[in-house]
Design a protein around this ligand. Sequence first.
Ligand SMILES: Nc1ncnc2c1ncn2[C@@H]1O[C@H](COP(=O)(O)OP(=O)(O)O)[C@@H](O)[C@H]1O
Ligand SMILES: [Mg+2]
Length: 604
Amino acid sequence: MFKEHEGDLTGRNAPPVRDAAQEAARILGHVIQCDGAHATIATTAAGNKSQEAGQWSVGKFISISLPNTRTVGLVHDVHVDGPWHEEADNRMLVHVDLIGEVRDGQDGARPIFDRGIAKYPHIGAIAHRIRQRDLAAIYEIGGNDAVPVGNLSQDESVSANVAMGRTLNRHFAVVGSTGVGKSSAVSLLLHKAIEARPNLRVLILDPHNEFASAFPDVSITLDSDTLDLPFWMFRLEELVEVLYLGRDPIVEEVELLRDLIPAAKHENRGAGNVSLRRSSEPGGITADTPVPYRMADLMRILDDRMGMLDSKDLRPVYRALRQRLDAGMRDPRFRFMFGSRIIEDNITAAIGRIFRIPAQGKPVTCFQMAGMPSEVVNAVCSVLARLAFDLTLWGDGKIELLLLCEEAHRYMPVDPRMGFAPTRHALARIAKEGRKYGCYLGIVTQRPGELDPTIFSQCSTVFAMRLPNEQDQAIIRSAISDASASALAFLSSMGQRECIAFGDGVAATMRMKFEVLDRRYIPGSAVRDHTEDAVVQDIDLNTIVERMRSGGRDGISDEVWSNASVPGAPAAGGPEQRPSLARLSPYVDEPIRQERRPDGRLFG
Ligand SMILES: Nc1ncnc2c1ncn2[C@@H]1O[C@H](COP(=O)(O)OP(=O)(O)O)[C@@H](O)[C@H]1O
Ligand SMILES: [Mg+2]
């Protein structure tokens, strides 16, 4: 095999071997064809020692020596030119993609890699196995942002680094079929991320209840028993999703609710429970404004209005709504929203607990969704994603928040009629605008083909693990732009822990293997262990919440507000059709129209 001898590419200083020239011919090749992006190298393989030709196997980097640079190629096809001879040398053709070039640093400094190619190889140029130093140069990430997460598949002694900041704030995706190690990779990435960025908070939407055990000392767990998300923090459509269990709501009942909720909010405000800076404006409070109200008030107003009805025709609507609200409040599955502490304005405590402010040594929240009715999951995810975005938006950049979505295709499906529209909107808003404020998205899915492509396209770093499905592979292929696309040919054949990482978070497309994770950190394996640490962060949640609620412009840069007029423009349609948080958060997706959808549902 080729041994590393610095400055020795021609075999001049090769150790004495019986037939040095023949040996050199096997470890070296010559360029016989080259176009703008590819080259063909001719070399030989001895029939009886063919394993020696391993350096020319698919997926390996090779290097082509030019006077001042070395062109780096990635082998994507290799074949014997003619029949195979066991007892003789066989001529072999190796096709490579040209991915960049390496220059030696000044005065023995480390070599430097460039993605572009300034000088193309000439015919006859010598090709050989890449040096370890060159390989390391290709994947070198400058600054202190580099975090090692594994090793290169080609050379296990070279560590695979990601630029953690860029990986997070331009959103990332981990894709691969079941069992290849996605969740473990996520656990690894998150452990590294919270270590590298102490201000980062992570909310994991965990459909399999498997992550709590992987973050034994640094996470809290929320489920429908421990979650405290008062109903008044839900938008009308979210509340309706829960109350009607995802079925078609009755339009008249929803309209009635739309009237009653603001009335109940005014009632509660009159009781002096809340200070609302802009409450004097008529119509300032809508059914969607996150202002507390009491169900008791709402019921009373409903009863009063029912008593004053002129015609009897509407009475059944009032009665039906009353029954529905009663049933919802009594349903034990909804205790987290209609629970006991609903009367006081507990938004600060609720948000602080969910989003770990202060972190108290546990910056990760595992939101366990297994066993929850899917409609509740839909509504809760929508509320949480909205809150995550608003919190970072109004937090003046002090809060960095990662929302990690396992099984993301479930709540962001390709078909816009599937899934729950408000959840999609909330997540799409993070995908499109979140990075400006420090709200990041991590997407995990085994079916990228079933994931909303607009969300996937916002993920600038992708860790693609084994993916046998053609359609899924095509999605990944379309996400990679440069010559390294042929690296994706391995998508169907990679081993466990192995992935092809590409995009902004890595220096160059790399085939790598994630580190072996300690058993304790593999999702769904270890046992939890609670310890509390008191690390109080310098974040004034009261102020943030106050600003979220008031929708005030104070503290928000003019730029944000001048941008706000475009996406947040008033919707066409009746009053209150804009979700009220549109006022609070300038970046809202398309207006949510109040129309029956093709599937007969009211929203979306
Ligand atoms: N980085 C890793 N270190 C150690 N074991 C791993 C690693 N990745 C995967 N595994 C093993 O593979 C199993 C399946 O991995 P998992 O992350 O649950 O896959 P997925 O989420 O893709 O279904 C794990 O239980 C673990 O035993
Ligand atoms: Mg998994």
